[in-house]
Design a protein around this ligand. Sequence first.
Ligand code: PAF
Length: 283
Amino acid sequence: MIRTVRTIAELRAHLAGWRDQGHRIALVPTMGNLHAGHFQLIELARQNADKVVASVFVNPTQFGPNEDFSRYPRTPEGDAEGLAKAGCDVLFLPSVETMYPLGAEAAVRIRVPGVADVLEGAHRPGHFDGVATVVARLFNMVHPDVALFGRKDYQQLQVIRHMARDLAFAIDVVAAPTVREPDGLAMSSRNQYLVGDERRTAVELINNLRMLREQAALGLPLRGLEAEAEQRLTAAGFEVDYVAIRRADLSVPEDGGEPGLLALVAARLGKTRLIDNLEFDSA
Ligand code: PAF
């Protein structure tokens, strides 16, 4: 069984012991309902540190009023079992009161300007404030040497990097590749919401991102490619929030192609909102 701690005092007692022994410490922040993508983060954490802490906290401040906070899947026993198997040392399972001692409404919030305002930020106002706020708290509680995040949440990764750099957190932020199902669908806790034919249709997200990569390599105009991908996804049954070809820093590239681009997509299939992205220079 993995060691599970729920309070900051218990957590710090472990961390102090490890630090006394000169251990390098990794943090893997999660919202639980863990899948192979998360376990890959633990694996990468093990390669980057001597001790690994995973946090499981469904963070209320990053969900909008009409989003899936209350139905977000919570599977603490399965998570603890999976983390133990993956070689995680400590599971930090804080309550809302531990994470937000003054209450979520009174919580000091972190707002990352610019990178947090576009794409996901534009469609989910306040979402990245909640993410940056909770990640900064976790960084302060754990003081890890390294923290790991998945590339599937590409924009989240950029927001956290911006926040960590600007607030002078002495933490290496390491990104892990997206883990995909055999048909290419990016692994996500939200995939289990998909019902009926939706699961088969969901693969069109990555299919369209791959098509965009091929078309962009031919030098076709990027804005037209985005619009066509959006039309294809809509025809397949998605309600599309955005299809966007961007530079690595999420700024908008000129037509004509350049290295280092990626395509990002967010779309709803029935009641399920999915995101994915593909870096064009990746395999
Ligand atoms: O990616 C997630 O699971 C969450 O946004 C994170 C980083 C754990 C913050 O709640």
